[in-house]
Structures are given as structure tokens and as C-alpha cells.
Design a protein. Sequence first.
Length: 507
Amino acid sequence: MSHVTAPARPISKVVVANRGEIALRVMRTLRTMGIPSVAVHSEVDGTMPFARYADEAILIGPATASESYLVFDRILEAAKVTGADAIHPGYGFLSENAEFAEAVEQAGLTFIGPRPDSIRTMGDKLSAKEAVARQLVPLVPGSDGEVTDLDEAERLAAEIGFPVMVKASAGGGGKGMRVVHDPARLRGETERAMSEARSAFGNGAVFLERFVTEPRHIEIQVLCDAHGNGVHLFERECSIQRRHQKVVEEAPSALLDDELRSRMGQCALDCARACGYVGAGTVEFLVDSDRNFYFLEMNTRLQVEHPVTEMITGVDLVEEQIRIARGEALRLTQEQLRIQGHAIELRVYAEDVPAGFLPSTGVLATHVVPEGPGIRVDAGVEEGDAISIHYDPMISKLCAHGMDRTQAIERLRRAIDEYLIQGLETTLEFGRYVLDHEAFESGKFDTGFVGTHFDADRFEAYRSDARTGQDWAAAAAALAASAPPSNPASRASTGSREAAWKQRFAD
């Protein structure tokens, strides 16, 4: 590895072009490094924790993201009026927008992320596949280019073989994706995918791939500097998903051994080289039941689930992003990196799980986070804050680290049991359901976990199982005198917190 010191590109103040828990998480590292932060916020976010934590806060528009967090000029103006010289995009919003990265550079500011051309290459799934194919990275068999004609889609699907996955060329997050098992349904599902992609991304182009049965979704974290150095920070298992979006992530994966981990890590670095990548990024793979792996996509930003990587490596990924953006060479070699224990993350969403994970909006009447050995909670809200219809319904990311997978599971179970939320439905109980399921405990699961092992009836049976003591209605009734008004299925009140969780989970 090169140890050349790059010409200094000072970063003296940073605008964090995001909101919620990720904005707060970035600001904490900035404060650790002695770098002032600037929050940009919408009209409804002015009193949120991230806006109060920042050294300065600038109002940039109404609640609707298209009039605030997605407006280039308002974010650049915030940098200008505060004297900031860099912008960190977090994840979501403008984090993978090549035009925004270019606008930041053209304004004479540092974009704490990859180069615009790298974002552009990897942001389009077809150009990404073309780039990594030149590095001989394994790909799922599929169409060579965009599919815009339904007759062509039928012909290609017959060649690829059913089942097939129809996927939007642009975007992500499960939008514009359809799995088709029956040839008779291909035209209709392709039309729906094109329509959804056009609505979500302004681009209705799709492509077809063979659908990998019983797939595991495993991603590799990479760091690359501007001097040609790169390392991978091992994998994250992200197979527990609903609507193609991750809910539970862990590192390392129970599936990988050292040999497969090394091969996938090298492949991830090859993908980064394919687009001249600089910064922190994540290469996602599908792994089939025979442990063959295939390139899925590259996320050119910090991932939601990055804390589990930080917990097993001891590396602050945000700090490394900032150092790389300043032009510094990587401080770590691949040989210096070691997996230290095991970490699991549960995304705590305000969602009604039995109703199909529908968003649950309202005021967070009670929010008391768990503590103790190995527990990390990245939250973007506090008691009294509203979970708005305008933004993602994430409340926090609840993480547990242990010396091995068993201890990490045990610690996360305890943390879920002690996490007190009232006023909203959440995914906490779903997380407990996952941890207690034999498929998860054994490590023998895939991206079909929710479809195979979960439905509303099974979930309700689990919640009332005597071995967990989760009699939610009785607990709520017993605490009614001290609890603020809430949904009867909500968690315990602030008045009897310790007694409440002990009562709920007593044998």
C-alpha cells in the first residue's frame, strides 16, 4: 500500500445535506474531529435533534423534500452563507446524485463522497454491469441492455429461463422490481415495473435477469483513496427484508468462510476499480444455495447498516470518508483489518407490522433507548417528536455487538425487550420474532424469510406465546394509570419502565 501524503485539501466546516439519524451520526464524527457542522432543515425539522446538535442550522424550505432537501441551490447557498467548504450527503436524498456532486465541485466545494462519474456509472444498473464485467466479476445471466419493448421482454425471458426478475435500470429501494414465475404474467408485470420506474425515477427502462432462488443478500464494504489504495472491511448479511428493503443486518455473515470472504472482498475491490472509485462504498452480491455469488449493484454512499461494520472492525467509516475527501491516503492495510466479534442491527421503523409493514405516523409519546454492554442506538428522534408522512419512518437503528453471533443475538434480544416506545406501532416486535426464529438462529435463511416464515397470524401467535410473556393488551391496561394516551398495543409507559419490561418478558 502507498503511504504518499496527498496535497492537503482542507475541510474546515461541513454542511450535512440530510436529516434525522444519519445527519446526527455524521455530525458526531465531525465534532470528534474538531470540524464545525451545518444542518440544513425543512420547516418541520427545525427543532429535531440533528438541527439542534449542529453548530449552525439553516432553513432551506417546506416539509416536502422536493422543495427542501432535494433542491441543489438551497443547499449550496447554505454552504455559501455559513462559509462551509464541504458537503456530506449522508444516504438517500442527494447522496447518489451525480449532478449534485458536480454542482458541489463546480461551486468550489468538496463533496464527501465519490466522483460524479463513478456515481453515474454505478447509479445505472446496466452501465454498472458493463463496467464490472470488464473486471470479470460474475454476473447473474440476463439481458445485455435496456428492455423497452414487451415483445423483446418475452423473447429474452424465454432465453434466460423462468423465473425472471424484471428490474428498473435506474434507482433502487425495491421500486420497479417484479419476480415473474409464470410466462403468462410477464407482459403485465413488465408493464407495471416500467410504470413504477418511470414514476419513481423518471426513467421507465428495465432489464431482465434470471431470478436466483433461495438467494442470500450479502454486501461488502470498501474504502478507496485517490492514490490507488483500497481495502474491504468484510461483509454484511442483509437477507432479512420486507418489500425488497432491509430490516435486519449482521456482520459477519453466518454463510461465509474465510476463503469465500476473501474472494468476495477481492471482487468488491475489482468493482470499485471498474469505476475509479474514491471514498466509502458498498458492493452488493447475491449468493445462491451452492455458494456461487453474483454482482448485484454498487451503492456509492454510506449505507444505512454501516454501524455493524464499525462495530466489528473498530473503524469510523465517516471519519475515513472525510480523510479520503481531504486527499489523505488510507491509514489501514488489508492485513491490519480483523473481524472482532459479531454485530446485528435492527432498523426500528414506525410501521404496523401485522398490517403489512404500513407506515405508522404520529407523536413519539415515549422513547427510552436501551443501554448496556455492546449496545448502540443511532436515533434521530426524541420523546415528543412527530414521525411525519413526509419522510422515511425510521425511528432508530438498534445494534448489538458480542464476542460471537450467539452473544450478539442475546444482547439484541435484551435490548429489544428494554426499548420503550409508546404512541406508535414499530418493528421492534418483528425484530424479536426474527431473532427467536429457528431459521435465523441457525443461520439458514435467505431473502425469502418474510414470505416463507412470516404472516400476520403467525406473528400474533408469537406475540401471545407464554414463553415470551408478551401479553401486550394486559400490559398496557396495567400501566394505563401512569401511561400517556397511546395505542393499546404500544409499549410500556414512562411511569413503570423497569417493572413493565420485566413483567412483559417474565416466564
